[in-house]
Design a protein around this ligand. Structure first.
Ligand code: HEC
Ligand code: HEC
Length: 409
């Protein structure tokens, strides 16, 4: 990390003064924190996307409870809303091996590469498209239809701001009102610095203002090593060629075959499978079994602030996530349920016939049963120590000395 241009770009990000929000983003902030827009009257976006927890929930539930009576559980873990601002629109690209812009390393070639979009399955193409989901999801804010939302908007103390920002007719029709709401919510997430502060210990390290500890540096090396963690193949950790900060996702979709989560109400139904790109939440790729089980690669920034991991919240610690990566093939009996005769129900959260997309060629998945896992327990702890350097607000949590050379411990 000695490229002076990279150091300079990282330092410039840390030193950039905050910019005031546009009137549209200010309106978006009011909407984001307003529980009055939900059927229960208690559920704002911030209820699940809590700013004190990197805009994710501050609890360890695999999925949150919402709906009119706040007693209906969703079926997926709530992602952090930080570092979404550079997410491309959902697209299925013709075969490419990697995107050098995002600093990726080559992966096994696949027929076509879906990338980008919002939600674990990319079914909302962009940030403004996403906002209709929670407003109308019966297990979330649970508005029956646009009429109800329009009435709620007109009753807010900030209703007049819609016309000030979007023009005279802004609350005259459902279409106009909803489109204003979606744009304002997206603007808030894009403009407000709290969604993308780029001020983790790793950012200070990139700017030459903090040192990583010996353990964190070992973790970083394992993260990059194609024979060990190989994490950077999907979670790139290098600045882009335009010197944008790394966001630790290539925005692509992968089938990692997370174990079924028996703690999730939806998984109590043996006929229910959340198969990501091929449905059931997403509808347009249901006839494409090669896309079954694929979920969007999330950013790893702020991942240490999460209490549940993966789309179904099946893991409760970062250590377990990493253990799963290295033991899925080598010790599957530890992760998947067992048949009556004691044999392993491999990939138990995808139905047979829908498992062709599972990634078995990229390290660390390319070892066979009984072989040593790609990382030992010490290396797993080192890798997790590195992941913990990706949490925002390093300077808020540390006293940066005037000498600033060596604040890292
Ligand atoms: C009941 C909890 C809950 C509420 C309330 C909620 N969300 Fe979410 N949010 C989720 C879950 C769960 C997902 C993942 C959904 C999926 O993959 O199908 C999500 C996904 C998102 C995403 C996509 C993140 C990504 O990584 O792709 C955005 C953006 C988002 N929510 C914004 C909002 C906004 C804006 C509101 C308010 C209008 C809101 N959410 C209300 C739970 C919630
Ligand atoms: C082949 C691409 C790929 C590789 C290699 C990879 N990941 Fe992931 N990672 C993903 C995808 C896709 C998900 C989401 C999977 C899901 O929800 O089903 C994910 C999820 C995660 C999560 C959970 C994040 C959250 O918000 O729930 C963590 C932590 C993580 N990866 C860390 C790592 C580490 C550490 C390594 C290296 C040992 C690694 N990943 C290697 C693609 C990859």
């Amino acid at each position: 990390m000695v490229n002076p241009a990279v150091v300079q770009a990282a330092a410039a990000r840390l030193d950039a003064p905050p910019r005031p929000l546009s009137p549209m983003a200010q309106l978006g902030r009011k909407l984001f924190f307003d529980p009055g827009l939900s059927a229960s009257g208690r559920m704002a976006c911030a209820f699940c996307h809590n700013p004190d927890h990197a805009y994710a929930p501050g609890n360890a539930l695999p999925a949150q409870f919402g709906g009119p009576g706040m007693n209906l559980q969703g079926s997926r873990a709530t992602p952090s809303l930080t570092y979404l601002e550079r997410t491309p629109r959902f697209i299925i690209r013709p075969p490419v091996r990697f995107d050098p812009d995002e600093g990726g390393t080559p992966k096994a070639a696949r027929p076509a590469v879906p990338e980008g979009g919002m939600d674990w399955d990319g079914r909302a193409a962009s940030l403004p498209d996403q906002a209709s989901g929670p407003l109308f999801d019966p297990r979330e804010m649970a508005n029956r239809d646009g009429t109800v939302v329009l009435a709620r908007l007109k009753a807010t103390p900030y209703a007049n701001e819609f016309t000030a920002v979007f023009g005279a007719g802004a609350l005259d029709s459902q279409e106009a009102a909803l489109s204003s709401v979606y744009q304002a919510l997206a603007r808030f997430q894009i403009e407000d610095r709290s969604f993308h502060t780029y001020d983790s210990k790793f950012d200070y390290y990139l700017a030459g203002r903090a040192q990583l500890s010996a353990r964190e540096l070992r973790g970083l090396k394992l993260f990059n090593d194609p024979q060990k963690g190989n994490c950077a193949a999907c979670h790139p950790d290098r600045p882009t060629k335009n010197r944008l900060a790394p966001v630790f996702t290539d925005y692509e979709f992968e089938a990692l075959a997370a174990p079924r989560n028996r703690a999730l109400a939806a998984d109590g139904d043996p006929a229910y499978f959340d198969e990501g790109l091929c449905g059931p939440a997403r509808k347009d790729l249901i006839e494409r079994p090669e896309y079954c089980g694929l979920f969007k690669t999330p950013t790893l920034r702020n991942v240490a602030k999460r209490q549940v991991f993966f789309h179904n919240g099946v893991f409760r610690s970062l250590q377990d996530v990493v253990r799963f990566y290295v033991e899925r093939e080598t010790r599957p009996e530890k992760w998947y349920s067992l048949h009556g005769d004691g044999t392993v129900m491999m990939y138990d959260d995808l139905p047979p016939g829908h498992r062709a997309g599972i990634d078995g060629s990229d390290a660390p998945f390319n070892r066979r049963r009984g072989e040593a896992p790609a990382l030992d327990e010490q290396e797993i702890q080192d890798l997790v120590a590195f992941l913990e350097t990706l949490t925002d607000g390093y300077s808020r949590n540390q006293t940066i000395t005037a000498a600033a050379g060596n604040p890292g411990k």
